[in-house]
Write a new protein. Sequence first.
Length: 175
Amino acid sequence: MPSGKTHDSIAWYCFIPFSYLCWYLTNDLEAVFIYTFAYFFSNLMFSGDLDLVSIQSKRWGIFRWIWIPYRKMIPHRSKWSHGILLGTVFRIFYLGTFLSVFYGILYFISLQYLPSINKELIHSTNKGVIFLKHQQPIYFVTIFLGLFTGATLHTTADVTVSKIKRIRKKRKKKN
């Protein structure tokens, strides 16, 4: 299995071709920036190795505790962590659940202690979500594709290195 540094190197080497492909397909500079951000986020902080105490989980800093339940319930290299599509969707769902709970707590606190700010918090959040949902759906697709590309690179590197190690091990046994 490649080290965290190897995964990071792969992400850097593949970044230009994938960003160029995004530019070629969308011809939208904002979409390229969003894709690139999601791609690096996926590679550096949102990879399948969040099911371990890894460099990716350490990069979350004081928020690394968010991934402790994930580590406890997801076996390493399972379809839920390293599945190219399923792993990405599951991590998005998992993180989205935590963000929803965090937003709910902020809402409750503002409702109890700052009722005037609460109305503005709800209004601005709804306005932002509606804008993205109706005006810029390409950005949701671009974000998902950036996250998906990062997960694909990670899993492909893991599978490739594991296969090479197995082949080498078989060759050594034959000799």
